[in-house]
Design a binder for this molecule. Structure first.
Ligand SMILES: *Cc1c(COP(=O)(O)O)cnc(C)c1O
Length: 427
């Protein structure tokens, strides 16, 4: 695409955008009396207009049916999670049985590590990306301690090379090979929260398996953002949150993937609860646990209907949009446009004042661009916010901007570029 730095060009791209009408299905916060340019879907996706109705329907069921709501009405609560799975498994590239929703993300990482982090003798190490999201670091460190290991001995981090910001797949694989028979688990992000780098999950999984380790992924920044093929890539397990690119509300319900090949795997530990018991014998209240086949067998507690209703509101929009393929096509164009405009600002300034540390290659990133501001970083971020461009700030000098194909337009991205240029002039 030959991008141009003009409003006409941005408007033209909006005209041609087959997804342009989806924006009206979201509630956009107001700023200075008009719609904000919300580029923060990497932290919290916008509220679908339909979200209240979906929840209100369940308030009505609760009011009218009370306990009967589990079995009666249009959406019996006992089965409600199943209504999410078709769309969700499409977004994750998984079989329907391999996916369920439950709990929240960090909780699910712990539960999945109960199953997939099983240190034996020399094989007790977990390999993670250097600078992983803090919650993931705390989770793996506390899992190591729980099994009696010092995190310093058990956790291996892979960092970018000197002078680089992102990881090379070869370096990840080399690190996996280096620790070979000491590795119990490789737990990586799908997309790194800080740099926006999209990792080669298939290659990482293959390398982990080759040395006899399990491979799991935290897809917080990948789910609803980039195409995923978890089954085909032979990933062992994954978890994600629904409140970032999946627009399902702050602290919304998390999702998990468990590869079909592990449904009957007797080597795996599992923390059990009645909601993971077979549905047909759950209410016989027997003392012996019989796991439901599939990822649902990892559920513990009564599924929370309100967060699932919010999730359904958001997933139905993904379904209407045709799933991840058309969204990804727009996303590549949209983020490419933001990248072009930032580089234009640098060109005009005669210096690379804004260094994009997210990979240039579209195949190695999702919506997000992470921008190192070489000068006056915080003042520039504040200027953006004051002028209604909502991104987010990461210490010491990084601004993350994520144009989201469901609700951002090319015109908004153009405006964001213009405001970034103005920031340089005014600060
Ligand atoms: C957002 C995010 C989390 C947050 O976890 P919660 O349990 O939902 O608070 C964890 N890990 C990663 C990689 C994230 O991006």
């Amino acid at each position: 695409m030959n991008y141009q730095n003009t409003l006409e060009f941005a408007n033209e791209l909006d005209e041609q955008d087959p997804l342009k009408d989806f924006r009206s299905q979201f509630l956009v916060p107001k700023h200075n009396g008009k719609d904000a340019i919300y580029l923060c879907g990497n932290s919290l996706g916008l509220q679908p207009l339909s979200a209240q109705k979906y929840v209100n329907d369940q308030f009505a069921n609760w009011k009218e049916l009370a306990i009967e709501g589990f079995f009666a009405g249009d959406d019996p609560w006992l089965e409600y999670h199943k209504k999410l799975i078709h769309t969700l498994s499409g977004l994750l590239g998984a079989k329907e049985e391999e996916v369920t929703v439950m709990n929240s993300l960090t909780v699910n990482l712990h539960l999945l590590m109960v199953s997939f982090y099983k240190p034996i003798n020399k094989r007790f190490k977990i390999l993670i990306e250097g600078g992983a999201f803090p919650s993931d670091q705390y989770a793996v460190a506390s899992q190591a301690r729980f099994h009696g290991y010092a995190p310093g001995d058990a956790i291996i981090e892979v960092f970018p090379r000197e002078g680089e910001f992102t990881l090379r797949t070869d370096d990840i694989i080399q690190k996996i090979n280096e620790h070979g028979n000491e590795l119990a688990l490789v737990l990586f992000g799908g997309v790194n929260y800080f740099t926006g780098q999209l990792f080669e999950m298939e290659a990482i999984t293959a390398a982990a398996h080759k040395v006899g380790a399990y491979a799991g992924f935290d897809l917080a920044h990948a789910a609803g953002n980039v195409p995923l093929r978890l089954s085909e890539w032979n990933v062992d397990f994954a978890a994600w949150c629904s409140y970032k690119y999946m627009n399902s509300g702050p602290g919304g319900i998390s999702g998990v993937f468990v590869n079909e090949k592990h449904f009957q795997n007797k080597d795996l530990n599992r923390f059990e609860g009645w909601w993971g018991n077979r549905q047909d014998s759950r209410f016989l209240m027997k003392s012996e646990f019989e796991a439901e086949r599939g990822a649902v067998g990892w559920q513990l507690s009564t599924a929370p209907v309100m967060p699932m209703a919010l999730h359904k509101a958001a997933l139905d929009i993904f379904e209407q949009a045709g799933g991840i393929v058309p969204l990804r096509a727009k996303s590549e164009l949209l983020t490419g446009y933001l990248e072009f405009l930032i580089n234009e600002v640098n060109k005009d300034a005669g210096a690379e004042l804004f260094k994009i540390i997210t990979p240039q290659n579209k195949a190695e990133r999702g919506c997000q661009l992470s921008i190192v501001c070489k000068k006056n970083a915080k003042a520039i971020f504040n200027y953006l916010t004051k002028n209604s461009v909502i991104g987010d700030w990461r210490e010491p000098n990084v601004i993350r901007l994520s144009p989201v194909p469901l609700y951002n337009s090319f015109k908004q991205v153009f405006e964001a570029g213009r405001i970034l240029a103005a920031a340089l002039k005014e600060i």
